[in-house]
Design a binder for this molecule. Structure first.
Ligand code: PLP
Length: 881
């Protein structure tokens, strides 16, 4: 059953990691769900359940209150339990504290301390540490060292400041400004990832605070009451703060209760008169607090000694795990029964899904889901630091129970080490590891990329990608998921769909530390992906498209890259980059190299087949697009005749093509490209017309679309009258009629589906399909063995490198998309302007990029053998570049 009326985001996240159990009972360290399954708890509710769930002695304390008809809260009169608890607290707290002010939560204790310290010192600034956690009410969240908790709520942080933790120099520098009322600090940063400062830090902080007239406030909301192996963490250094903050465990896991303990000389009359809270000084909760404290102090603090000893045992075992699995775990930190193990973030080497999980901090939550569902152990991340798993059981935990979590973590580590993420994540599909899922042979993926040892870093790049259809999202899953049984695959699809609907924001999916240039030096790069399909992107309104691109850019900016490549539909929704305003980073669509790769490879293959380029007919489908246009112009320099195909659904297709054809004639007539001096359309035109004297010079110099159109018509007319035949560049919107005449074809549309049927294709045709998804139907392979169709727009990298196992769209190692390669080569070249922007990129620009790419060691990627099984169709429907 779903909780319809509770926080929907929280409910969603719980569902995604199969945490939505219906807990109906709890006892000791165990929770029980409605299926009578038990879960061993290693969260203890962020340290609030010191004796496990429902300890009898605390219920007895509550029963006593009931039996004796004692009051619950009787403000403004004094509760006897509050009186007793305050006395006992002051007796056992660090010596020097005198007054107790009760609260209902940790955050309320923090709020009280903010007020008191301002009232005492007459100063406003509350100084706290980065990565700290002090609660989420307005004042407490202002002290908390995490911006993410504040910015959505427009929290005004005037009067708050943060310095680095465990840094006395930073503390002194800030205190020296003499405007700080109090320095708030946790003896161990709990939600920050169980970070323990150096011994002497608290003592040093105390001395500095005294020197500069600020108060020292120790936030022991989490560390207090035995958690670290002493009653208070301050006892490890024997430090008495001016104010000590408590909560969590004081309520025994049954009631909300906190306290602020204050030195006599720090208390103020104003605070005494003007601070209050209805539920504070509560007799019922203080009765529980009293029983909690008495139990902790009983038998010469026996339980706290137990914490110290099992805490040491836990730490030794966790350290051993890190030693055994240094590739999986980075470190352990903490004190007593407040420990955390840090996972190494997963990289995109194995799959982009895992790369994204690593980037967005989902690795630990995913492992939590595994521990809960496979091992029945509840262990959760720390709040500020989602890369660490908190190991924070009840103080009563036994070493045999610690062995259980160690075993479970070892099992997780084995799966992660063996890259068996398909098993690790199997619970997301409702299946247990190894029931009916048998992962396929796990190829240990690929190369370790050479870290640059010498050579200079020439630059860096980011390339924007996204799946072009939902299948791509599935393909980005870890290896082995493809061998899930059908029902499990179906469930995984649903999981991905739900997840994408919740969070499709971009993230880094792959980091390539080093691509070497042939000229020496290297560049570093990142693939940034969101999980939207083209359809989803196209449905966004203008503002949303802009925001999405800005999110991509922000990530690239944080990575401080020099150049960005707009892959797939990130180019389309920015109108080939024309709508991007980027002052700080250079941008390219990569269209130039895509067009050059397509046209150059086609010419090379035709020549390899023994065809004379000057006597064949080339064709370009999608010639009005920016890749098609450039490819057509480049082909025209080498091939004798061309047919430009437009979209029959577009009424002005022929007009657009006329302008392109005019541009091609202009290049031919001017003959200013060395490659075209004696070849291609120029050669054909010269043989038909003898000279170009009939062309008015002003028509040649005006490179506008209307002038190009006029030029085209003029030349066609001249050819017709002199030769009684059509000119060398023809236009068509009729594929079935005109395609059979073509010998070498480029198809570069963004139709999004395969619409070119095998029957349209002429005999022995060579087709470079540069569209993604592919334009040519798959059946051509079996039906037309005479035809060669190959994936266009690919480039051989200078090195035999892959962008992880996915290699962007599942390409073979060493090969990649030309648009990505353009981005890489421009970063190698260190360019200072944008490239390949808009629909009318000059041919000279495309040639410059092609030459630059060759110079740095990139090569054309040609299909191996004419008639061999073409790999393209297995990979073609993936990411568009
Ligand atoms: N201070 C510290 C050190 C904490 O760890 C927490 C909670 O985790 C708080 C304050 C806030 O406590 P509460 O959630 O009871 O408001």
């Amino acid at each position: 059953m779903e909780s319809l009326h509770l926080n929907p985001e929280r409910e969603f996240l719980l569902r995604m990691i199969d945490f939505n159990k219906r807990i109906v009972q709890a006892h000791g360290s165990y929770l029980y769900d409605d299926q009578k399954r038990s879960y061993l708890d290693f969260s203890s509710q962020y340290g609030s359940v010191p004796f496990g769930y429902n300890p009898d002695f605390l219920w007895e304390a509550l029963d006593r209150v009931k039996r004796n008809h004692e009051p619950s809260f009787i403000q403004p009169l004094t509760s006897i339990a509050a009186e007793k608890l305050s006395k006992l607290l002051i007796e056992c707290a660090p010596k020097g504290l005198h007054y107790a002010c009760f609260t209902n939560s940790g955050a309320e204790s923090v709020e009280a301390a903010i007020k008191l310290s301002r009232s005492k010192t007459g100063r406003q600034v509350i100084l706290a540490t980065q990565n700290s956690f002090h609660g989420k009410t307005l004042g407490a969240v202002s002290a908390t060292g995490r911006e993410q908790y504040r910015s959505p709520f427009l929290v005004d942080t005037t009067g708050f400041d943060h310095i680095s933790f465990n840094n006395l120099d930073a503390l002194e520098a800030r205190l020296a400004q003499k405007d700080v009322a109090a320095f708030f600090v946790e003896p161990v940063q709990g939600e920050g990832g169980m970070v323990v400062p150096s011994h002497g830090y608290l003592q040093g902080a105390k001395e500095l605070c005294a020197k500069y007239g600020a108060l020292l406030v120790l936030d022991e909301v989490q560390t207090g009451f035995g958690r670290t192996g002493k009653l208070f963490a301050a006892d490890h250094e024997g430090v008495c703060p001016d104010i000590l903050l408590l909560a969590k465990a004081l309520g025994g896991g049954l009631v909300p209760l906190g306290a602020m303990l204050v030195k006599k000389e720090v208390w103020t009359k104003e605070f005494g008169l003007y601070h209050s809270s209805t539920f504070a000084n509560n007799h019922l909760t203080c009765s529980v607090g009293l029983a909690v404290l008495e139990r902790l102090l009983a038998e010469d603090r026996q339980l706290i000694k137990h914490v110290a000893s099992v805490g040491t045992y836990l730490r030794i075992e966790l350290d051993k795990l890190v030693q055994s699995y240094p590739d999986v775990f980075a470190s352990v930190s903490g004190l007593g029964l407040m420990q955390a193990i840090k996972l190494r973030p997963w990289s995109g080497d194995e799959s982009y899904f895992l790369g994204m999980a690593g980037y967005k901090g989902y690795c630990v939550p995913f492992v939590s889901g595994y521990l809960l569902n496979e091992h029945r152990i509840l262990a959760i991340p720390t709040l500020n630091n989602s890369g660490t798993l908190r190991i924070q059981p009840a103080l009563t935990i036994k070493s045999a129970e610690i062995d259980r979590i160690i075993y479970a973590l070892r099992s997780a580590a084995e799966l992660i080490r063996n890259r068996d993420f398909a098993s690790l994540l199997s619970y997301m599909t409702g299946k247990k590891v190894g029931t009916d899922h048998r992962p396929t042979r796990r190829e240990k993926f690929g190369k370790t990329f050479p870290q640059p040892e010498h050579g200079q870093r020439r630059g860096s790049f980011a390339f924007f990608i996204h799946p072009t259809e939902f299948e791509d999202v599935m393909r980005s899953l870890p290896q082995g998921c493809e061998s899930y049984p059908l029902d499990q695959i179906q469930r995984m699809r649903e999981w991905m769909r739900e997840w994408n609907a919740f969070d499709s924001s971009p993230g880094v999916v792959y980091h390539l530390p080093c691509i070497q240039s042939k000229l020496g030096g290297y560049v570093e790069g990142w693939l940034i992906s969101c999980t939207m399909t083209p359809q989803e992107m196209m449905r966004l309104n203008k503002r949303e498209k802009k925001d999405l691109i800005e999110e991509y850019f922000q990530i690239a900016r944080n990575l401080k890259v020099d150049i960005i490549g707009l892959g797939a539909f990130t180019s389309i929704i920015t109108r080939a980059g024309t709508e991007i305003e980027s002052e700080d980073i250079r941008v390219t669509t990569g269209n130039s190299l895509t067009a050059m790769a397509a046209s150059e490879s086609l010419c090379t293959l035709a020549e390899q087949r023994g065809l004379s380029l000057n006597s064949i007919t080339g064709g370009v489908i999608g010639a009005a697009g920016s890749v098609g246009r450039l490819a057509a112009i480049n082909l025209s320099l080498k091939i004798g005749r061309l047919v430009l195909f437009g979209n029959p659904a577009n009424k002005s297709a022929i007009t657009g093509l006329e302008s392109l054809a005019g541009e091609i004639y202009r290049h031919a007539i001017q003959g200013n490209s060395p490659a075209s001096e004696h070849d291609g359309i120029r050669r054909t035109l010269l043989s038909m017309l003898g000279n170009f004297d009939f062309v008015p010079p002003e028509l040649l110099s005006a490179n506008r679309s209307d002038a190009n159109q006029t030029l085209y018509r003029l030349v066609q007319e001249r050819v017709r009258t002199m030769n009684l035949c059509a000119g060398p560049v023809e236009l068509s919107v009729d594929l079935p009629r005109d395609l059979p005449r073509v010998d070498a074809l480029i198809s570069a549309t963004n139709q999004g589906k395969a619409f070119i049927e095998p029957v349209f294709l002429g005999e022995n045709l060579i087709v470079c399909d540069a569209a993604r998804p592919a334009d040519v139907q798959k059946s051509v392979n079996s039906i037309r063995p005479d035809v060669l169709v190959y994936e266009g727009g690919l480039i051989q990298l200078p090195d035999d490198l892959s962008f992880g196992r996915n290699n962007v769209i599942g390409l073979p190692s060493g090969v990649n998309l030309a648009c990505l390669s353009e981005t890489v080569c421009l970063s190698m070249e260190g360019v200072s302007q944008n490239y390949s922007i808009g629909l009318n990129v000059p041919l000279e620009e495309a040639h410059f990029i092609y030459e630059t790419a060759l110079k740095h060691g990139f090569r054309l990627s040609l299909p191996g053998h004419m008639h061999e099984e073409k790999p393209r169709h297995s990979v073609s429907v993936q990411m568009v570049a």
